[in-house]
Design a protein around this ligand. Structure first.
Ligand SMILES: *Cc1c(COP(=O)(O)O)cnc(C)c1O
Length: 476
């Protein structure tokens, strides 16, 4: 064989076997569980073989092949195994200032609510047992009672989330019939919740009325026919309309409903059970107020402005709630005991007037500016020594939306630590990345090229974590 015929060896031959590679990684990283190492070996070797095939098909030269053979596969496997074995979701520190951050799990749940959930799920519970009579009880009875006490609604229930609540009510009240809704309210609430799609899956026929920006009472009246079963109002949770806009208010819609003998369902999304109108929240977020205005059914989320676990709360008349509960879909959408216990605990704190102290959501939302300012000072002092030499750390005014696709246009005043670095590796993106790599990861925001650590969502317990994360992020 002469020089010209030298065939580069097949790079796939240089790859170790799963057995050999996993033994190597287990020896080097004894903390990684073996199942994760083996799975990671398989996936790393699979993509390595693909890489090799690409190299061969492109006729890669000797040095590219040598580089491939020299790859530290075990290091790649360790990273992948660590990812696989790690918990998900894991705790992160929210320094974005956005209280209901969709990507960060919306509302935090109170420690007491979590304890209540743990208490009934580590062992047994009276989930469906009436202790007084020893007979079968209903899993939702206590929640329903508390919801009625809080809201003044005649009846109430709860399901898995607000999307499920809307699906259940539509299907219960209007299956195979028509539901009238304004074109200005055919909204998408992020990801997969689109009002027309939910209506289709609920088996109801959508009748759109009005235009994107203007809907009048007569539009509803004209659309109502013998097949109409329900009038639907959807809260525009994540956008505002300004300018040449007319909406039919709930009270007007209720009037139309009464006139034609049709129930009105409001999908409120971000609803509260405490009247926080005087604390900067819009009056229409107060769910009991919507019942008082005559809505027959109101649906909203448990993990938005309630500050509880994920749930879909339904308030309404006895007739409607009873029908919804006996719909077979209710079983498919029902809450589990952990969520029930956490929601029950959360509602009880609202009834006994300790919600603001006990629920993290409310304490964050209602914390006054001087208190936030004081905590900003505290963090600033703690990290002051990191400034200088190209790094500037200042306290800045901040305004943050509540987030979670809730209450568009409502912003909270806040204070943030603004960090700007002109050092190498000091770009805002690089600092943000290192903050995310910290354990626990710290999530901040970038504003005008500064990394902003907002104090409204940064709990006292997390001040030290944020300080250490900044230290690590600025030391590279
Ligand atoms: C958020 C929202 C929903 C979806 O609520 P989930 O609890 O996430 O299912 C539905 N409708 C409106 C108007 C919302 O704001």
């Amino acid at each position: 064989m002469d020089q010209g015929d030298t065939v580069n060896p097949d790079p796939r031959r240089s790859l170790p076997s799963v057995d050999k590679l996993s033994r190597e990684v287990v020896r080097a990283c004894p903390d990684l569980p073996e199942w994760a190492v083996v799975a990671a070996c398989r996936s790393v070797l699979r993509s390595a073989r693909d890489e090799a095939e690409t190299l061969v098909s492109r006729g890669a030269d000797g040095s590219a092949l040598a580089e491939f053979s020299a790859t530290a596969w075990s290091a790649r496997v360790a990273v992948e195994a660590d990812r696989l074995a790690g918990p998900h979701p894991r705790r992160v520190v929210n320094a974005t200032g956005v209280i209901l951050h969709t990507n960060l799990g919306r509302s935090p749940v109170a420690a007491g609510a979590v304890e209540a959930a743990a208490d009934v799920s580590v062992g047994y519970s009276n989930l469906e047992l009436d202790l007084a009579s020893g007979r079968r009880g209903h899993r939702l009875s206590a929640i329903s009672e508390k919801l009625c006490l809080l809201s003044g609604a005649p009846a109430a229930t709860a399901v898995n989330n607000c999307a499920a609540a809307v699906l259940l009510v539509l299907n219960t009240l209007a299956r195979d019939r028509e539901v009238v809704v304004s074109r200005g309210e055919l909204v998408e609430i992020g990801g997969s919740f689109r009002v027309p799609a939910i209506m289709e899956r609920a088996g109801v026929k959508l009748v759109e009325v009005g235009t994107t920006n203007r809907t009048h009472p007569r539009d509803y009246a004209e659309a109502i026919g013998p097949d109409t079963a329900l009038l639907l109002k959807v809260h525009r949770s994540n956008f505002e309309q300004r300018g040449f806009v007319t909406d039919v208010e709930l009270a007007e819609l209720v009037e139309i409903g009464r006139e034609y003998g049709l129930p009105v369902l409001e999908d409120l999304g971000a609803g509260t059970l405490l009247d926080l109108g005087s604390r900067g929240l819009p009056a229409d977020a107060y769910a009991p107020g919507r019942i008082a205005l005559g809505a027959d059914v109101v649906c909203f989320s448990g993990d938005k402005l309630i500050g509880g676990p994920q749930a879909g709360i339904i308030l309404g008349s006895e007739e409607v709630i009873a029908a919804a509960k006996s719909n077979p879909l209710a079983r498919a959408l029902r809450l589990d005991k952990m969520t029930l216990a956490a929601l029950d605990w959360t509602l009880a704190r609202m009834l006994d007037g300790t919600a603001q102290r006990e629920l993290p959501l409310l304490s964050m939302m209602l914390e006054d500016l001087p208190s936030i300012e004081a905590r900003a000072q505290q963090l600033h002092e703690r990290v002051a020594s990191l400034a200088g030499d190209g790094v500037r750390i200042t306290i800045e005014k901040d305004r943050v939306p509540i987030g979670g696709g809730s209450l568009p246009g409502v912003e909270f005043e806040s204070r943030a630590l603004a960090v700007v670095s002109t050092r190498e590796n000091g770009s805002a993106d690089a600092i943000m990345r290192r903050l995310r790599e910290f354990d626990p990861p710290v999530l901040a925001r970038v504003r005008d090229d500064a990394v902003c650590i907002d104090l409204r969502t940064l709990r006292n317990d997390d001040l030290e974590v944020a300080a250490k994360a900044l230290e690590a992020a600025l030391s590279e």
